[in-house]
Design a protein around this ligand. Sequence first.
Ligand code: ATP
Ligand code: MG
Length: 419
Amino acid sequence: MRYSAQKGTRDILPSEIHNWQKAEKTFAEVCHSFGYEEIRIPTFEQTDLFQRGVGDTTDVVTKEMYTFEDKGGRSITLRPEGTAGVVRSFIENGMTSLATPVRLFYNITAFRYEKMQKGRMREFHQFGLESFGSAGPDIDAEIISVVDVFFKKMGLKNIALHINSIGCPACRGEYNKLLKDHFRPHIETMCEDCRTRLEKNPLRILDCKIDGGRDIVQNAPRLIDHLCEDCKAHFEGLKARLDAIGISYTIDPNIVRGLDYYTRTVFEFVSENVGTQGTICGGGRYDGLVEDCGGTATPGIGFAMGVERLLLEAEAQGALTEAPSYVKLYIASMSEQAKIEALKICYGLRLNGIGCETDMAGRSFKAQMKYAGKKGIPYLVVIGDDELASGEVKIKNMADGSEEPIKLDVIGEYLADKI
Ligand code: ATP
Ligand code: MG
């Protein structure tokens, strides 16, 4: 029997893991520099949380969720995104009473039953953050800055920021009527999903993967032209802040975002490189979500970034870095006694945080040298009977072939200086 990874999943192998680790570390550092703290939420939640939290007219909920009944008869869903779980945790753990804004970030796997494409997986990874308790545009500008600084620290350029406002329930009510009037005469020509969306949530039509590019959608009334005074002021406030910081953006009236909970600010960071899956990061404000999920009314805003897409972009831009070499020293041994000494030295070096290796396979001296070369280990020491007797070895720098004599008991200090 040969097993293979499930469709839409993949192994992240040691040869590429450094790219992931660098992105994870950089994201955490940038979040910390803005005062965000990490939260880890469970992989699965009760299905109802996502139906309510993500919205039951969204593609994610209607088509893409991994939902199953557990042995206790509960309906369970593997998280398709992070916000609903973080909101649940925020409420459940009494974070409403903390000083605002409550700033949380996460690094999660997410699961969506989707058609596999480049940058579109069934199990994928997201970096994200959520900020609770601030209603004004300052925090909108702040979270956009987090992404901007993160991209800069990752060495990424030319990822376009698109922003829009989709208003509040008050301005959207009026606007929904306009949208329905606009689409109703054409609805017979539109996809099956859009026909359902027309009555349930016409805004979703603007986000349709099938009809989205058609003139009828492109020429639809734009919510941005029908915002109430407060929503307009909020959007102007965000633009002024981005201008002041120096973050450039395009206003894109067609961004509505795939999830139902957004209000006012929505934004995406889009690349040209990742085929059709150009949206690396998407986010927005969700002022009604905490209350919808059973908490006291609390404004919130967040984003999620697809890590697979981020790394595809980094690759396309040549921004991936070389794998670090964790093992700095190879100790080759020429006798049984030398081998035992090598083990002892290695143990001491590792206690001091210096990566090293010695033979574990009973290799001949020649084969040991070959192994060290193949692994690209930068320093080499050979221990034989003479070296055991004198306590002195030659340490070889593999890059330039130079050698230096050194006492066995100070190899650690010597290498600590070099690394
Ligand atoms: P898309 O329009 O590409 O389907 P989405 O609107 O469903 O994206 P969000 O729910 O906003 O995506 O998720 C935030 C980010 O997570 C996306 O911008 C993307 O980078 C990433 N993402 C979403 N779905 C997938 C997936 N199936 N595989 C890989 N990354 C994904
Ligand atoms: Mg999607």
